[in-house]
Design a protein around this ligand. Structure first.
Ligand SMILES: [Ca+2]
Ligand SMILES: [Ca+2]
Ligand SMILES: [Ca+2]
Ligand SMILES: [Ca+2]
Length: 500
């Protein structure tokens, strides 16, 4: 028995030696894992916020009180007694000289657009605020790429645009200076084929002839939407191609998505009334859906008479056409409605007060596509000006007015796509033109999270694209970004956006 214990003691001594040698490494590994788990807590918090109300961007677009330095665990305090609740800055707390209390935190970070440059926000970004690479027209792609490429001193934008379109179109017919399998991709080492189909990620652009990381991310190599010193010093440090003009060229990637799509439902998740359905169905739904006072008897009768006259609703771009500004025309405003609206709609009694219900509950999509999700609508509540101007019929002035108006408006008045007209951000002609392409809904979100500790110099950085399906979040895309550096100035008060 004694001999056995002696042997065990010898074995233990050896074991302890190895354990000590490995402990340091194991701790570092464990800390990294901890930082990852903390970041995942951030993702969970985002999902629970989105469950509350996806369509209310005030809850998730910039909410530092919930998503900046959010505490997951601390040795001697909890969220309520977190010293950072008292508005003391974390930077000052860590610089105070006292050993920091062990604490793990996350920040959900995102770029800002159209406001002060070089500030960040704490929230998520709906993919519907970006241009969908799979549904974008040649004109939209051209309008997005040209100025950004020009800013990077690239003068081959037409070649890049044609190569992109060749990659996406189903044929093998070469556009001018474009690229298809036979003439280009098959000659590469290693050889591959042109996709001749939809993009599966935005990064897939890197496979297209002529595209590079510099085009996708511009000068913003650490992808934080902030002009960092090395991104504005020319060839002194990497990146060597930045132009030292004091402005950040973010490249094209922040404005592109392949994820944006939605179902044809109203804000309350009821399927919209498709006006192309048979008269009986439409009549029954109109009666069922609307509460007293939402749509007037005159409007309900008018819709009924259009159905009775077999009016083809799929010929109008959107239910927006049901609003025919008779008052404004009488006042002698020029332009009319662009002259495109069918004569049957000229006497439409729909008022500005009814327009939110019309836009929310009615659909004019043709029946054969009615079951398909709608792809690529642009979210007027969150899209930056650079994306808004890509909407057909949108002017720069109208886009600027939309951004200006939505900053002042409360969440409820932004709920349906009627608001640019109701809140007087755009005129009727612009509203009719843009209405088929816009949305106020968001289902897919880009979520970027930093996980870190107060007491350790460690951080992990991740991004996800999630799609909300009812209360559930499906992860569509996930990447670790730690190798790009923590990048986000979460402790620099001068770089944090102040929500108006
Ligand atoms: Ca092709
Ligand atoms: Ca940067
Ligand atoms: Ca540089
Ligand atoms: Ca620059």
């Amino acid at each position: 028995m004694l001999a056995l214990i002696g042997l065990l003691a010898v074995t233990m001594a050896g074991f302890v030696f190895f354990v000590r040698a490995e402990t340091a490494g194991a701790f570092a590994y464990a800390d990294g894992q901890q930082a990852r788990l903390v970041a995942e807590s951030g993702l969970e918090e985002v999902v629970s916020i989105l469950r509350e109300d996806r369509d209310n961007s005030a809850l998730w677009f910039d909410v530092p009180e919930r998503l900046h330095h959010a505490l997951v665990w601390a040795e001697s305090y909890d969220r309520d007694s977190d010293p950072l609740q008292e508005e003391s800055s974390r930077r000052e707390m860590l610089a105070s000289g006292e050993a920091p209390v062990a604490a793990w935190r996350y920040s959900v970070v995102a770029q800002t657009f159209d406001g002060l440059p070089d500030v960040i926000r704490f929230g998520v970004t709906p993919e519907s605020g970006k241009l969908n690479l799979n549904t974008a027209t040649e004109q939209q792609i051209t309008e997005l790429l040209t100025p950004l490429l020009f800013g990077l001193s690239l003068d081959n934008s037409q070649e890049l645009i044609n190569a992109l379109l060749d990659w996406r179109d189903e044929d093998d017919t070469l556009r001018d200076d474009g690229a298809e399998s036979q003439d280009y991709y098959n000659l590469l080492e290693p050889a591959y084929n042109a996709k001749n189909g939809r993009f599966d990620t935005v990064e897939e652009l890197l496979l297209v002839k002529g595209f590079s990381a510099a085009i996708l991310y511009g000068e913003d190599v650490n992808r934080n939407g902030v002009l960092d010193v090395n991104e504005d010093d020319g060839d002194a440090t990497f990146p060597y191609y930045d132009n030292e003009d004091g402005e950040l060229n973010r490249g094209i990637a922040p404005f592109l998505t392949i994820w944006s799509r939605e179902v044809d439902t109203a804000a309350d998740n009821k399927a919209r009334i498709n006006l192309n359905a048979d008269a009986l169905t439409v009549g029954a739904q109109l009666e069922q859906y609307f509460q007293e006072g939402e749509l007037s008897d005159a409007t309900l009768e008018f819709l009924g008479s259009l159905k009775g006259g077999n009016f083809d609703f799929s010929q109008i771009g959107s239910p927006a056409e049901l609003y025919q500004r008779t008052d404004e025309v009488a006042e002698g405003e020029e332009g009319g409605t662009g002259g495109t609206a069918p004569a049957e709609l000229a006497d439409s009694p729909v008022t500005l007060e009814e327009l939110p219900y019309v836009m929310d509950y009615l659909s004019t999509r043709s029946l054969d596509e009615a079951e398909e999700p709608i792809e690529g609508l642009i979210n007027i509540n969150t899209a930056p000006i650079r994306v808004l101007v890509l909407i057909p019929g949108m002017t720069l002035e109208a886009a600027a007015a939309i951004v200006d108006t939505r900053q002042q408006a409360d969440a409820d008045s932004l709920r349906t796509t009627a608001w640019p007209l109701v809140l007087d951000a755009v005129d009727v002609a612009t509203f009719h033109a843009i209405a088929p392409y816009i949305t106020t809904r968001a289902y897919q979100f880009h979520v970027e999270v930093l996980g870190y500790a107060d007491h350790l110099r460690i951080s992990r950085r991740y991004e996800w694209v999630i799609e909300m399906v009812g209360p559930l979040a499906q992860i569509k895309y996930h990447r670790e970004l730690t190798s790009l550096g923590p990048a986000w100035p979460v402790d620099d008060e001068t770089r944090i956006a102040v929500t108006p």
